[in-house]
Ligand binder design. Structure first.
Ligand code: CS2
Length: 396
């Protein structure tokens, strides 16, 4: 049976890529966890199957996902992960490891000064990039490596990072490997006890009904015929639309929403000030999109607002607020750069909201959930926190 190896078995993978693969009964998935064995243990206890709790404004549907049939844990057995990446039985390797795990510098290239990358090049630890390089270096058959994280040009960036790491670590990848880019979309909150109770399943995952996946059709080996996927030759316009309109508005709602005392996205979007701000981000972002997607932008924006209004999803603003230093440059600053010289009040308000949010978190003694938390903390206590925080994320 053809096999996918998936790195990063979080809720998003379980709601999105696993849901599509569930519709391709010939394909099976091995998961890889980079942290502890906890998720593996809990999934193994139920044969790696779990309930997807799909919540729309109209109601709830529960589907059973059974395409995952085993998991490896990096911290327990790194060699098993590397062997799985080299395994000729694996045709597709997918990843959802979050923005920060790519260890990219502000120019989008691998940050060789990142301590984890440095340690990995020296053979001391294993990052997702390092594990991929070591596994791919041992491969003899073609494979596709498909990044499913919210980064523009995610495939090209991953391919470039892998090549840069291989060069620095003196490793050679001889097999044919392609790195298609793709745009992924399905709003997937963290699991709560209420969801576990509702599904009667400890490993249940909540998500919305809407789902979208647009993929560059550039596969080196057999691929699943995932139903509903839009196969394209250039995913960039779709990535821009989604990252700048959906994720840009999400990040704004997260920071400004927490500051205005809200907990969930559906509450924030019902606040007239925040609703106007989120719509403003979408309008300002839409103007930067290529002409063909720009034509759909108005309908897309209306559909996004309706998705944000979903009263049953209970998507926490603080979940979206995490890792702002990684997200803002992609979701807000790139759009601002493209609009340089044009008044952009909504995008500017998003940057201001992030600055106010991190300062409030620090003032109230909360730990910042961000890989650059130490630098943010230092900036907050400097003589001009506003300027220091702007400089930290590259905002002018
Ligand atoms: C959110 C995304 O947490 C976040 O930063 O903006 O996870 C968002 O829900 C997804 O990209 C939707 O596809």
């Amino acid at each position: 049976m053809p096999r996918i190896l998936h790195l990063g078995v979080g809720n998003f993978f379980r709601a999105h890529q696993a849901w599509y693969t569930q519709r391709c009964p010939d394909w099976r998935v091995t998961g890889v966890s980079f942290r502890s064995g906890a998720v593996r243990d809990r999934l193994a206890a139920q044969d790696y199957t779990y309930s997807l709790v799909i919540k729309d404004a109209a109601g709830t549907k529960i589907e059973r996902i059974t395409c995952l049939d085993g998991m490896l844990v990096m911290t327990e057995d790194p060699m098993a992960v590397i062997s799985a990446i080299s395994d000729p039985a694996v045709d597709v390797i997918t990843l959802t490891v979050t923005e920060k795990a790519y260890c990219l510098a502000s120019d989008g290239a691998l940050d060789k000064n990142n301590p984890a990358i440095r340690a990995d090049i020296d053979g001391g630890s294993l990052t997702p990039i390092g594990a991929l390089v070591r596994g791919l270096a041992g491969r003899t058959t073609p494979v596709t490596v498909l990044s499913c994280d919210n980064l523009p040009d995610n495939g090209r960036k991953l391919g470039d990072a892998i090549k840069a790491f291989a060069k620095a670590a003196n490793l050679t990848i001889r097999a044919t490997v392609t790195y298609p880019s793709c745009m992924v979309d399905r709003i997937t909150p963290a699991t709560t006890d209420a969801i576990r109770g509702e599904a009667g399943d400890d490993m249940a995952v909540p998500t919305e009904g809407f789902t979208e996946w647009v993929i560059d059709d550039d596969f080196a080996a057999p691929r699943p015929d995932w139903p509903g996927v839009q196969w394209v030759s250039d995913v960039a316009p779709h990535e821009m639309r989604k990252l700048r309109m959906l994720n840009g508005a999400h990040s704004y709602l997260a920071y400004a929403g927490v500051l205005r005392g809200h907990t969930f996205v559906h509450e924030a979007i019902a606040d007239p000030v925040l609703r106007a701000g989120a719509s403003g981000i979408m309008t300002e972002a839409a103007a930067t999109l290529p002409a063909d997607v720009q034509r759909q932008a108005k309908d897309y924006a209306a559909a996004l607002i309706a998705r944000f209004e979903n009263p049953n999803l209970h998507h926490r603003l603080r979940q979206i607020a995490m890792d702002g230093s990684q997200k803002l440059p992609i979701r807000i600053l790139a759009t601002l750069t493209d609009r340089s010289g044009v008044d952009s009040p909504a995008l500017t308000a998003a940057v201001t909201a992030w600055i106010a949010f991190v300062q409030q978190e620090v003032a109230e003694g909360r730990t910042l959930d961000d890989p650059r938390a130490d630098e943010i903390l230092k900036a907050c206590t400097s003589s001009d926190p506003d300027a220091a925080l702007r400089a930290l994320i590259g905002a002018s």
